[in-house]
Ligand binder design. Structure first.
Ligand code: 13P
Length: 259
């Protein structure tokens, strides 16, 4: 059976609308020339204000657009926030929730993220729920315990009809933006554990869910990491900001999907 991959770019706080239009158009062009099978999906997540420009630029290419966060209410006096229904109505298919930068710099907790995941699901958005340990937690051999708590608390009271409604990203905090990626073996070990936790929390659909690896995923290590059985794609920061390097990762997924 062909393997399924989701290759997702998290642009973080990069790109004005004009820059997003140029980068998204370049990615769409490279994506189209790779002719990916339907089992390889490409997603880019620009800053909110660049979503519209990116959507226009990828129109007809099959590249999907997502947001990097959302609030859990549908409207109200929450200055500066964006509601999940607004994200959906803007043409996004996915929303990243619980990125470690949101947890670290903006104090987002598993309890808050549970509200966000539930709100996004109820709007028909596909949350990409991020989990991962810090360096200190890894050194204390608490990686699996930390990730399990993030999953148990963040996915509390959720029931899914299908595995495609939710995506998990494993992003070891020590590998994000540092150039220091997890080894393929380290990634596989945690991904396999995550699959077990998801089955425990969500039942049979949990076993089928896409689990992305994030943290210095680059063209150089994409082949090896994406070839691991429980790795179903990547959530990519730095390498997603250049069309060439992002396309090289999509190409690696296409090759593996066909093998
Ligand atoms: P880098 O690929 O820049 O390490 O970022 C990973 C990440 O945080 C994606 O969400």
């Amino acid at each position: 059976m062909a393997r399924t991959y989701l290759i997702a770019g998290n642009w973080k706080m990069h790109t004005t609308p004009a820059e997003a239009r140029t980068l998204a158009a370049a990615i769409a062009e490279k994506h189209s020339s790779l002719k990916p099978p339907s089992s390889v999906q490409t997603l880019i997540c620009p800053p909110y204000l660049s979503i519209y420009a990116a959507l226009e630029a990828v129109k007809g290419s099959g590249v999907h657009i997502g947001a990097q966060d959302c609030h859990f209410e549908t409207k109200g006096a929450f200055t500066g926030e964006i509601a999940p229904n607004m994200v959906k109505a803007s043409g996004c298919s996915h929303v990243i929730l619980g990125h470690s930068e949101r947890r670290q710099y903006f104090g987002e907790t598993n309890a808050l993220l549970n509200k966000k995941v539930r709100a996004a699901l109820s709007e028909g958005l596909i949350p990409i729920y991020c989990v991962g340990e810090t360096l200190a937690e890894r050194q204390e051999e608490r990686t699996l315990a930390v990730v399990r708590t993030q999953l148990v608390d963040g996915l509390k009271d959720i029931s899914l009809q299908s595995a495609s409604q939710l995506v998990i990203a494993y992003e070891p905090v020590w590998a994000i933006g540092t150039g220091l990626a997890a080894t393929a073996e380290q990634a596989q070990e945690v991904h396999a554990a995550i699959r077990g936790f998801l089955t425990e929390i969500l039942g049979a659909v949990g076993a089928e869910m896409l689990i992305l690896y994030g943290g210095s995923l680059k063209p150089d290590n994409a082949d090896e990491i994406l070839s691991k059985p429980d790795v179903n794609g990547g959530l990519i920061g730095g390498a997603a900001l250049q069309a060439d390097s992002f396309a090289a990762i999509i190409a690696a997924a296409c090759k593996l999907a066909a093998s």
